[in-house]
Design a protein around this ligand. Structure first.
Ligand code: HEM
Length: 219
């Protein structure tokens, strides 16, 4: 009599390969990896803060870093659909939500540094600062628009809101433009970097417009 013993190693590798081929596993893996990479700048910020490496003006430096991370992650969010379209790689679609949520987290940190660490939550000084620095008002406008996107980025709201969900999420175009405008506005002399962000945004928008025209001309 031949008994076919399957070793625990084989069972484990079979399960692993089976899981890796499943969409759910790939989704979880790609999202977890992206979250891990996306959190590195945050850990570096904390590390630099505790080791006194955040320049002579740590609050300003932290504002600059978190503002940049927010904008970069918003542009990555907007790149996911064109990248999926160009390469056919589905992973880009899984990363869209992760990049969006990471962007919201950095924007929240940016706002917390401004309101709590810089202005000690003193509403009188905050109101004065917002009127004195209108670019900060533009940042606040961009952040306020980001809140409903983050709050409704799950399947529950996707199903509940139906067509309206897409309308809410179209706000990403307005808030990214506002974020770039906020950056251009606050820069005093060298406009090259904010304009570079602006150029990437215009390019991503132009790609979307082209796809829209192509789709509609086929109808
Ligand atoms: C509560 C909302 C916000 C407030 C009050 C705010 C305010 C500020 C302030 C005070 C600075 C530093 C200016 C300086 O000292 O030079 C700054 C920088 C910046 N913020 Fe915001 N901001 C807000 C939201 C946002 C959002 C939503 C974005 C992105 C979409 C953003 C992107 C940036 C960028 C890119 C910088 C400049 C980074 C650099 O200089 O390298 N901010 N913001």
């Amino acid at each position: 009599m031949i008994v076919n013993f399957t070793t625990p190693g084989k069972v484990f590798s079979g399960l692993l390969i089976g899981s890796f081929n499943s969409i759910k596993f790939r989704k979880i893996l790609s999202r977890s990896l992206f979250y891990a990479v996306g959190l590195i700048p945050f850990l570096l910020l904390i590390l630099d803060f505790y080791s006194d490496r955040l320049t002579a003006e740590p609050i300003q430096e932290a504002m600059h870093r978190t503002g940049k991370y927010t904008l970069v992650l918003l542009l990555i969010t907007l790149s996911c659909t064109p990248l999926k379209h160009l390469t056919g790689i589905k992973v880009f679609l899984y990363l869209r939500k992760t990049a969006g949520l990471l962007s919201f987290s950095y924007a929240t940190l940016h706002a917390v540094i401004f309101f709590i660490f810089d202005y000690g939550l003193d509403f009188f000084f905050i109101k004065e600062a917002l009127f004195e620095k209108p670019y900060a008002l533009m940042g606040l406008f961009s952040y306020i628009l980001l809140i409903p996107l983050a709050a409704t980025s799950n399947h529950f709201f996707m199903r509940r809101l139906g067509k309206f969900w897409k309308n809410i999420h179209s706000l990403i175009y307005v808030l990214t433009a506002a974020g770039i405008f906020h950056f251009i506005w606050l820069v005093k002399s060298d406009y090259r970097i904010p304009l570079m962000y602006g150029l990437v945004f215009v390019f991503l928008m132009a790609y979307r417009v082209l796809i829209f025209i192509k789709k509609n001309s086929k109808l």
